[in-house]
Write a protein that binds this ligand. Structure first.
Ligand code: NAD
Length: 291
């Protein structure tokens, strides 16, 4: 690392709180080193109260850009000069690019989802999609799927503060894209079961399957799945979730965790800053080969 840093090194930051657990600095710095790119990526513990000053520093220090995570993903929007169309729809930013003092906000989580499917030879275009969750992951997954040509999206959410977000996302997608999207209560299990039976792709973008909910799955009966569908869990720790086990039991041919999505969202940001392709296989082996 020290051998790479000189008077020309361009700085990229990560602004979030808390942030010390993040894998992004390790991912990006190893990718820069592998490609011999003169950039350095540093995590800055920045919450809401110092966000305005921190964004000014991107311009003042002529940084190349930054990643943005919670609690700043929505709050940064007023401080930026331009927004990518997907940001306008998602209402959240995870990547900022500084082009000669002009700051543009992007969201790469949805791009990461769609690209990780492409890496497996699957095109979202024309697919009937069911998504559970309408938070920081579910929203960009739904929006980018629609922008990339999904035929229909049914968003199921439990009756909490994210249900109105699911409704808003569905209305916006139907209005702004060629895709028809609808919001549904997850509590209506008959409707959920029926939607799964008729869909091509199911993506779970809830917290179920990780942390305290590690042993849980929103689908427990394998008969709710059919073999020709795709089942995608955005969770990547653990690598194999309860949902994935149920899908495998049902004989579903394409079952994925969220690791590819996580790597591809990073790669999309990397491309925006450097115009280079992140060496994804190298990074996957380096950081995630242990499981
Ligand atoms: P969030 O807090 O913004 O949203 C959580 C969502 O889960 C909401 O829609 C909420 O209604 C739903 N939910 C929570 N508990 C539930 C339960 N018991 N039953 C049904 N629904 C429930 O969180 P987020 O940032 O959207 O993260 C959601 C998931 O996405 C997490 O598992 C996270 O690991 C994953 N994620 C993956 C990636 C990736 O790159 N693979 C990126 C971001 C998030």
């Amino acid at each position: 690392m020290t051998e790479r840093i000189d008077g020309h090194t361009l700085l990229i930051g990560l602004m979030a709180y808390p942030i010390r657990h993040s894998m992004s600095p390790t991912m990006h710095n190893n990718a820069f080193a592998k490609l011999g790119l003169n950039y350095a990526y540093i995590a800055f513990e920045v919450g809401e109260e110092r966000l305005a000053e921190a964004v000014q520093s991107i311009k003042a220090l002529d940084m190349r850009g930054c990643n943005i995570s919670m609690p700043n993903k929505q709050k940064i929007i007023p401080y930026l000069d331009n927004l990518d169309p997907a940001v306008e729809m998602c209402g959240a930013v995870n990547t900022v690019v500084n082009d000669d003092g002009v700051l543009t906000g992007y969201t790469t989580d949805g791009v990461g989802f769609v690209q990780s499917l492409k890496d497996e030879g699957i095109d979202i275009a024309g697919k009937k999609v069911v998504i559970t969750g309408a938070g920081g992951a579910g929203t960009p997954v739904a929006v980018q799927s629609a922008l990339d040509g999904a035929a229909e999206i049914k968003i199921f959410n439990q009756d909490d503060d994210k249900y109105p977000v699911a409704q808003h996302n569905a209305e916006l997608i139907t209005e702004k894209t060629e895709c028809t999207a609808t919001a549904h209560h997850l509590e209506d299990q008959d409707e959920f079961k029926d939607a799964l039976a008729k869909c091509d792709l199911y993506c779970d973008a809830t917290n179920v399957g990780m942390g305290a909910l590690k042993e849980e799955s929103l689908v427990t009966d394998p008969s709710w799945f059919h073999q020709d569908m795709i089942v995608f869990d955005t969770v990547y720790s653990p690598r194999e979730t309860k949902l994935m086990k149920v899908a495998q039991e049902a004989g579903v041919k394409h079952v994925f965790n969220g690791l590819g999505m996580m790597l591809e969202q990073g790669a999309a940001a990397f491309k925006l800053w450097t115009d280079q392709d992140m060496p994804i296989d190298y990074i996957r082996d380096l950081l995630f080969s242990e499981e």
